[in-house]
Design a protein around this ligand. Structure first.
Ligand code: PRX
Length: 654
């Protein structure tokens, strides 16, 4: 963890109390009220979760809240349910029946509204269509789509059948999609012809074809294709016996489908994320615990009201999209704005116009986006009326205090509380934040634990560090929405999360906790990078690079970056016969783009004759990080095999 970051945060002493008017009407109106609920969640988890989850639909109530056989947890034992009933059916007999569930706007300005009743109908029709293709409970279905309402329909249709969805972000390349299909052994892929992205049509079906044409993807029997752009813009080739149009599949299907009732611990979805090895991990979330976590945090953290228009800008391909665009808000009956395109299309005023046009009241986005907006100048938000906003949120990476205060002042008009929510793909739902009416916010700090969550900052032997001291961020008790395992690799689950710090879940993050109990998360301390809010494993980048014929060895590290948080720097040594230089650098960037996705292309590629290694042959990333950041090399260099390598890299620097 960087000492600079800790020192910077230590200097930050500003605090913003909840505005009185907000606190007066808030679900949790004071720090004392929060403390009481938090204590109850630990002292009486059964009673606490039973009350807080009482508005979800359980077919059978649970008989036991938790069974903990470290490191495996089962929550809400004995309960049966179907997640789609809590998100859809439960609203149909109420005034929400004709309330907008999704307000959608396409990049080119087309709009659509789906009410809860309409969303229910579309989900049932697709679930019937999937069933007609032979999909049954427990089958995996890969979803490779853009930000259209049908992606939500697809997820909930899987849930309705008890099938396990695995959404793959539309920016991933064909090989990355193929790997995820192979690992999950998906039976069906749901995709669309293409999506708009910054004014151009991105062919998604075409990428699916490239993935499915490979033998590793042979588990797939059918691809369902939603027509979004149309033949004129994005022609697609439909493969006989495999590909089926969404509209033809659902045509004539019954408008209702009885939900398949599953056990609390039945898998709901797998979401692949980067870890410390070259292979992405399939994080497995199960039904009841995940749903309860997403539901309760959405209600409290966003202080959600019936009349809110809620906008989470995350892509549905990441966990934020799962929990805070789909399961959390829909299970609460919220109206969600969903926007298809880029924040700067056709210009940097787009988000602010969307807020004005749709009357958005709650806005949840990432620090990288905020920093990009700051760069473009205050004139863009100034052109729109943002007075509908009442609450702002941030997620995905540490937010620097300057970006926080800009967000507060320029977007929130100084009147909106900001919730800085810390969590992970693995945690399923928000783990730490400040509840908006209850506790003051401190720019750069995430805040206090959510209900049922017991964080600690520790040394690697598990002993707690003192107040304001940096250490490893761990979670000491199981919580309902925690991942249950790594799909198909339970050893990896144990090793990755439960072996670094004795008796605790290790988050991979470094943090400090101040005297008031606020957590200041500094960033990853493992081999995972956070580049513009995208989680990238250094080993994944390295294995993509060494699969190029020119590359002998590669090491990927992060460099602090004002805009992206971290930038991706790779050091590469070439095989004999290849000439390092700008041309090869471009080729390698494109190669990573093809192997993983464009978003993973390195920001800087540096060639080296050799990489610094220990005597046992391990690449010494610490030194490469220093060099990438332009810092003096710190620490002991005595274990380096060949100091000349370091000197050479430095010389190249200057
Ligand atoms: O390093 C932390 C950072 O994002 C990581 C989790 O990434 P991912 O699984 O992709 O999920 C992102 C969205 C939940 C964490 O280990 N992170 C997330 N939120 C914050 C954060 N770092 C600081 N502050 C946050 N609010």
């Amino acid at each position: 963890m960087s000492n600079d970051a800790i020192t910077t945060h230590l200097k930050e002493t500003r605090r913003f109390e909840p505005p009185e008017a907000f606190a007066a009407g808030a679900r949790v109106p004071s720090r004392e009220a929060y403390e009481a609920l938090y204590r109850e969640s630990l002292d009486d988890p059964d009673g606490f979760w039973r009350r807080e989850a009482s508005d979800l639909v359980f077919r059978t109530p649970w008989t036991q809240a938790l069974e903990w056989t470290p490191p495996h947890a089962k929550w809400f034992l004995g309960a049966t349910l179907n997640a789609s009933e809590s998100c859809l059916d439960r609203h149909l007999g109420t005034a929400r029946r004709n309330k907008a569930a999704i307000l959608w706007e396409g990049e080119h300005g087309a709009t659509r509204t789906l009410t809860y009743a309409e969303l229910h109908r579309e989900v049932c029709r697709l679930a019937n269509g999937l069933a007609s293709l032979g999909v049954v409970a427990g089958d995996r279905v890969a979803i490779y789509m853009g930000m259209v309402p049908e992606v939500v329909v697809a997820m909930l249709a899987c849930a309705r059948l008890g099938a396990v969805h695995t959404v793959v972000f539309g920016g991933f390349a064909a090989d990355a999609l193929r790997d995820r299909i192979q690992d999950s052994q998906a039976k069906v892929v749901i995709t669309q012809d293409g999506a708009w992205r910054r004014g151009s049509a991105l062919g998604l079906k075409q990428t699916v074809d490239q993935a499915l044409d490979q033998p590793e993807a042979k588990s797939v029997t059918h691809a369902i294709v939603y027509r979004h752009l149309g033949e004129a813009v994005c022609p697609v080739h439909m493969k006989r016996d495999r590909d089926v149009w969404w509209h033809e599949l659902v045509d004539g299907q019954p408008l209702r489908r009885e939900a398949t009732v599953v056990d609390a611990e039945h898998p709901l979805f797998i979401l692949y994320t980067s870890g410390s090895t070259g292979k992405p991990k399939g994080v497995l979330h199960t039904t009841a615990g995940y749903l309860v976590g997403a539901h309760v945090t959405t209600k409290y953290v966003f202080d959600l009201r019936e009349e809110d228009v809620y906008w989470c800008t995350a892509d549905v391909g990441w966990v934020t999209g799962h929990s805070y665009l789909v399961y959390g808000p829909l299970s609460n009956g919220a109206t969600c704005l969903m926007y298809e395109g880029a924040p700067n299309f056709p210009d940097w005023g787009r988000y602010w116009r969307l807020i004005e046009k749709h009357g958005v009241t709650i806005f949840y986005t990432a620090p990288t986006a905020i920093r990009s907006f700051i760069r473009q100048g205050d004139e863009w938000p100034a052109k729109s009326d943002l007075s509908s906003l009442r609450l702002l949120g941030t997620v995905g990476e540490p937010i620097n205090p300057e970006a926080w205060t800009w967000y507060h002042r320029v977007i929130g008009g100084g009147r909106c509380p900001i919730v800085d929510t810390w969590w992970q793909t693995e945690t399923g739902s928000i783990m730490m934040t400040t509840l908006p009416g209850a506790s003051a916010s401190k720019p750069g700090a995430t805040g206090l634990p959510m209900f049922g969550v017991v964080p600690a900052v520790v040394h690697s032997d598990g002993t707690q560090v003192g107040a304001d001291e940096g250490g490893l961020l761990v979670i000491l008790k199981p919580w309902p929405s925690m991942l249950r395992t790594v799909w198909g690799d339970d050893d990896r689950y144990k090793q990755q999360y439960w072996s670094d710090v004795p008796g605790a879940y290790f988050t991979g993050d470094g943090a400090r906790c101040d005297a008031e109990g606020y957590h200041w998360v500094v960033g990853r301390v493992d081999d995972v990078l956070n580049v513009a809010g995208h989680r990238l494993g250094t080993a994944e980048i390295e294995s993509a690079l060494v699969s190029h014929p020119a590359v002998a060895e590669a090491a990927a590290v992060g460099r602090p970056d004002d805009l992206k948080g971290q930038a991706l720097v790779v050091f590469v040594s070439t095989k004999p016969g290849y000439v390092p230089g700008p041309e090869l650098a471009i080729a390698l960037g494109e190669h990573v783009g093809r192997e993983i996705g464009k978003f993973a292309r390195p920001d800087t590629i540096r060639f080296a004759d050799a990489l610094p290694k220990t005597r046992s042959g391990k690449i010494m990333r610490r030194f490469l990080k220093d060099i990438a950041a332009g810092r003096e090399t710190t620490g002991d260099t005595s274990t380096i095999e060949d100091l000349g390598v370091l000197a050479k890299l430095r010389a190249d620097d200057g």
